[in-house]
Write a protein that binds this ligand. Structure first.
Ligand SMILES: Cc1cc2nc3c(=O)[nH]c(=O)nc-3n(C[C@H](O)[C@H](O)[C@H](O)COP(=O)(O)O)c2cc1C
Length: 319
């Protein structure tokens, strides 16, 4: 059941991103350029079982085309993590990931996310609870190098003791948020620590990777088993394609409309404004893009986006 063991290495995966890797965008990515593994955005395990089930369960929808797919949860409660993992198993996910890196105040206030880097024993209990709830499904962890400096020397052995299938290291501290370049030498060190500990846990690196070619260079430099790519997917669902095609602006516009329709169909409970950051990324790099972006920013629904795009088509470059 540990699907990670069946994948050819290096393994190149899509990062979980709240309000980005939602069911709509995941379907688009699976269609145009599928990574080795997809991730959901993070979902509150507490929220699922304390009143928010009906809304949050929609974030956990997926299609067969997205497999293998991992559900990510956050909480500071081993009990809630166990329940979330068990739900993910029932829903048919291939793996469960625990967020131990999110620096957002709202998550940290609840003792979850990056806060768990400060509480090794609780972090271990949460991993074990997930393993129990997940039965035979693999459980992984996504974390950072430390709080305000690298704490890998203590954090990593503690996490490895709980035997997660995979640990992804976002190569920044919690305090660095995303404001300094990722420091990949720490991913190399993480691999060394894993080897010293004679652990079978896979180590992935994450942070500022621009393309699959860039990811492969990072694998060579650090010896990590895989790479997780996040923001480079914005406006480029072809990112993970085996042979990335040259995409014409006209094609980007077509996919933008397809993506918007799916968003409206699958996620009616979400604010339409969530789509706007995608428009910024899809519509760029040609004369007239700015004006078209401005119009799309004012759109209120998918049919307005389709009309605006249709009217713009004659003015979008063919190459
Ligand atoms: C909009 C946005 C939402 C994010 N949401 C999550 C999340 O839900 N769970 C998580 O573990 N990390 C989340 N992250 C962090 C990313 O997974 C990733 O670690 C970070 O963007 C660095 O990778 P990159 O440079 O390839 O983007 C988010 C990042 C962004 C930009």
């Amino acid at each position: 059941m540990n699907f990670w063991r069946n994948l050819e290495r290096p393994i190149i995966v899509l990062a979980p991103m709240a309000d980005v890797t939602d069911p709509a965008f995941r379907r688009i990515i699976a269609k145009y350029g599928k990574p080795d593994v997809l991730w959901t955005e993070f979902v509150s395990a507490d929220g699922l079982f304390m009143g928010g089930y009906d809304a949050l369960i929609k974030d956990l929808e997926f299609t067969q085309s997205e497999r293998p797919i991992v559900a990510q949860f956050f909480t500071s409660s081993p009990q809630m993590m166990g329940k979330a993992a068990s739900l993910a198993r029932e829903l048919g996910f291939d793996g469960i990931d625990i967020n131990m890196g999110c620096p957002d105040k709202s998550i940290m206030k609840r003792g979850a996310g990056a806060n768990l880097m400060k509480h090794h024993q609780l972090a271990q209990e949460i991993i074990r609870a997930a393993q129990e709830g997940a039965a035979r499904l693999p459980v992984s962890v996504k974390t950072r190098i430390g709080w305000d400096k690298s704490e890998l020397e203590t954090l990593l052995p503690a996490l490895l003791q709980a035997e997660p299938a995979l640990i992804t290291i976002h190569a920044r501290t919690r305090n660095e948020m995303s404001s300094v370049p990722a420091q990949w030498e720490h991913v190399k060190r993480a691999v060394e620590i894993r080897n010293q500990e004679r652990s079978e846990t896979l180590i992935f690196g994450n942070g500022d990777v621009a393309s699959v070619a860039d990811a492969l260079r990072k694998v060579n430099e650090t010896g990590c088993d895989g790479v997780m790519i996040g923001r480079a997917i914005f406006g480029n669902p072809w990112l993970f394609a085996k042979h990335p095609p040259t995409i014409l602006p006209k094609e980007k516009l077509e996919v933008l409309v397809e993506h918007t329709k799916l968003f409206e169909e699958l996620l009616p409970h979400k604010r339409f404004a969530v789509m706007k950051k995608h428009y910024q990324a899809y519509v760029t790099g040609w004369e007239g893009a700015k004006e078209l972006r401005r119009k799309l920013m004012d759109a209120k629904n998918a049919s307005e986006v389709a009309s605006i795009s249709m009217l713009a088509r004659p003015f979008v470059p063919m190459e």
